[in-house]
Design a protein around this ligand. Structure first.
Ligand code: PLP
Length: 398
């Protein structure tokens, strides 16, 4: 492609660094280099910055600053939540409940625990990608210690009934963790209102830097650390704090809170334009997941008969200047293999091989959406000759 700017529609994979976040981080990569544990002026300046970021990060989900544990990203926060709870019950038999559509940062931890002999239940989801709260109620056993269900799915974008699930778990004295890596900053969250005990956040999904995140640990919840050392972060995450990245996460959280109302409405408008525009194009496209119970900027589509070609479609769009993702291109899913998320939603192996994930973000415009809609029919058409289009659909998932 020449001349025109590329279109970045992969904001669920990562978001660009907001220039305001970069500006806030800059001093801590430069003159303000102190170690927050040092007692002198330079150390105190770094400590103040970390504590200010803690206040902003807490506000993202209605937590207190003292409930924030900074980590090196969403994966580490998820690991700390689940392993931290299981290890706190050392020597006792423990049952863990999660869903069948979690990100590998939760799924692989649960699979590892299962391999170590811990009882783990993977809850089913319906064809729209949403857990039926009754399924959770029935799965809880006397030894269940933690339920981990994501707030929003990273492939399909569907939102889980987190408040209802948390109510059921806590009603039985079971801790409730939610991986809010995709949800935080995009939908309102409040750990106290929603009854959440543990909540994971990642900086780079929020227009902040990569390699930083947080686990929100509600006051009174006991966790065992996974990293041992100098006792930073209340002993839950030893290691000298990544001050610049933490400051970036705090500023990213502040901006998200400030702009959320308007930004949500704008992204929903753009999302609906993408969905309506693609469905009107006679390309045999179908939407995956519930139409409305989804993240504001998240679209997950497939083209009937072309599911196995999703990687080619991604590459053709890439060539045309648009960055998107497929439902199977996760690091643990080899390209072209069926997606466990789509399989869990009841799609057959063929249809689970491909979806197109279009995720809109802060820096996307209406013009991006219209350009995408203009070029999509040509790109899809080149993959599938006109004569083969119009095949009967194999049943919509929405
Ligand atoms: N959880 C979800 C739902 C995600 O989408 C991701 C990243 O894609 C993660 C966890 C992992 O976060 P990080 O990349 O910060 O380790």
């Amino acid at each position: 492609m020449t001349g025109t700017a590329r279109i970045y529609f992969d904001n669920a994979a990562t978001t660009p660094l907001d220039p305001r976040v970069r500006a806030a981080m800059h001093p801590y990569l430069d003159g303000a280099f102190g170690n927050p544990s040092s007692l002198h002026y330079d150390g105190r300046a770094a400590r103040d910055a970390v504590e200010q970021a803690r206040v902003s990060t807490a506000a993202l989900c209605g937590a207190k600053a003292s409930e924030v544990v900074f980590t090196a990203g969403g994966t580490e926060a998820d690991n700390l939540a689940i392993l931290g709870v299981v290890r706190a019950f050392r020597g006792q038999s423990v049952h863990v409940i999660t869903s069948s559509i979690e990100h590998p940062a939760v799924r692989e931890v649960c699979r590892e625990l299962a391999a170590e002999g811990v009882a783990v239940t993977f809850l089913r989801v319906g064809t729209s990608g949403i857990i039926e709260p009754d399924e959770l109620a029935q799965a809880i056993r006397p030894k269940t210690r933690i339920v981990s269900v994501m707030a929003a799915n990273n492939i399909v974008g569907t939102l889980q009934p987190v408040r209802e699930l948390a109510r059921i778990a806590r009603g039985q004295g079971v801790l409730f963790h939610t991986d809010a890596v995709q949800a935080a900053g995009r939908i309102p969250l409040d750990i106290h209102r929603d009854g959440i005990d543990l909540l994971s956040i990642s900086g780079h999904k929020l227009y902040g830097p990569k390699g930083v995140g947080a686990l929100i640990v509600r006051e009174g919840v006991t966790l065992s650390p996974l990293v041992f050392g100098g006792g930073q972060e209340g002993g839950l995450r030893s290691g000298t704090e990544n001050v610049a990245a933490i400051v970036g996460l705090g500023e990213a959280a502040r901006i998200s809170i400030e702009s959320r109302g308007e930004e949500t409405a704008r992204l929903v408008r753009l999302r609906e334009r993408v969905i309506d525009g693609v469905l009107a194009q006679n390309l045999d496209a179908y939407l995956i997941g519930d139409r409305y119970r989804r993240l504001p900027g998240h679209v997950c589509l497939a083209f009937a008969g072309l599911e196995g070609e999703s990687i080619k479609l991604l590459l053709a769009l890439d060539e045309a200047g648009v960055s998107v993702s497929t439902g199977s291109a996760c690091s643990t899913n080899k390209a072209g293999e069926p997606s466990y998320v789509l399989m869990a939603m009841g799609m057959d192996a063929f249809r689970s091989r491909g979806s197109l994930r279009i995720t809109l973000g802060r820096f996307n415009t209406e013009e991006d959406v219209e350009r995408f809609l203009d070029l999509l029919p040509r790109v899809v058409g080149e993959l599938s000759p006109i004569t083969s289009r119009g095949r009967a659909k194999t049943g919509a998932c929405a």
